[in-house]
Design a protein around this ligand. Structure first.
Ligand SMILES: Cc1cc2nc3c(=O)[nH]c(=O)nc-3n(C[C@H](O)[C@H](O)[C@H](O)COP(=O)(O)O)c2cc1C
Length: 158
C-alpha cells in the first residue's frame, strides 16, 4: 500500500456521496455563502449542527462576525448555485441572480430542500479547516430530489 497523499485522500472521500449545501451568514460586508458538503447534524438533544469550513473561507469570517449561520440544502435543479458559491468570485457576485431571502437574520437560498438556522456555539481547530457547531434556532423543509456530489461531480439521485 502506498502512503496516503492529499490527492488520494480526496479521491477516497469522493467515493462517499453527499448532499450539497450553501453555508451562509451576514458578515460586515453583507451576505456571504460557500458551497459545503462537510456538514451534518451533531446532536438531537440539544439540537446541534456542525460544518467544517476552510480557514481561508470568507464565509467563515462572516459566521464568526454574525455569531449565527444558516444551511440551505440544495435540490437537484440548483447545481448552478452550487458551482457559483464554490468560487472565490467577489462575494456580491455570488448572490447576483440567485433567489434568496433573509430568514432569522441570515441569508437563505430560496426553494432549498431544507433550511437550518443556528446560533454559533463552538469554533474548533481542525487542521486547515475549522469546525463550527451551532444551536438550531429555525427549520424549514420542502419536497424534491437532492443535489448529490460523488466522485468529484454533481450527480442525479439514482
Ligand atoms: C461540492 C463541494 C463541497 C465543498 N465543501 C466544502 C466544505 O465543506 N467546507 C469548505 O470550507 N469548503 C468547501 N468547498 C469549497 C468552498 O465552496 C470554496 O472554497 C468557496 O470558494 C468558499 O467561498 P468563500 O471564501 O466565499 O467562503 C466545497 C466545494 C464543492 C464544489
Amino acid at each position: 500500500m502506498s502512503p496516503p497523499d492529499p490527492a488520494r485522500f480526496r479521491a477516497a472521500m469522493g467515493m462517499l456521496p453527499t448532499g450539497v449545501t450553501i453555508v451562509t451568514a451576514t458578515g460586515p460586508d453583507g451576505p456571504a455563502g460557500a458551497t459545503a458538503n462537510a456538514v451534518c447534524s451533531l446532536s438531537i438533544e440539544p439540537m446541534l449542527m456542525l460544518a467544517c469550513l476552510d480557514r481561508g473561507s470568507r464565509t467563515l469570517l462572516a459566521v464568526q462576525a454574525a455569531n449565527r449561520f444558516g444551511i440551505s440544502v440544495l435540490h437537484a435543479g440548483q447545481e448552478q448555485i452550487a458551482r457559483s458559491f464554490a468560487t472565490k468570485a467577489p462575494v456580491a457576485d455570488k448572490w447576483a441572480g440567485v433567489a434568496w431571502s433573509e430568514r432569522d437574520g441570515i441569508p437563505a437560498i430560496d426553494d432549498a430542500l431544507a433550511w437550518i438556522a443556528s446560533d454559533l456555539r463552538d469554533v474548533i481547530a481542525g487542521g486547515d479547516h475549522v469546525i463550527v457547531t451551532g444551536e438550531v434556532t429555525g427549520l424549514e423543509t420542502s419536497e424534491g430530489d437532492p443535489l448529490v456530489f460523488h466522485g468529484g461531480g454533481y450527480r442525479p439521485l439514482g
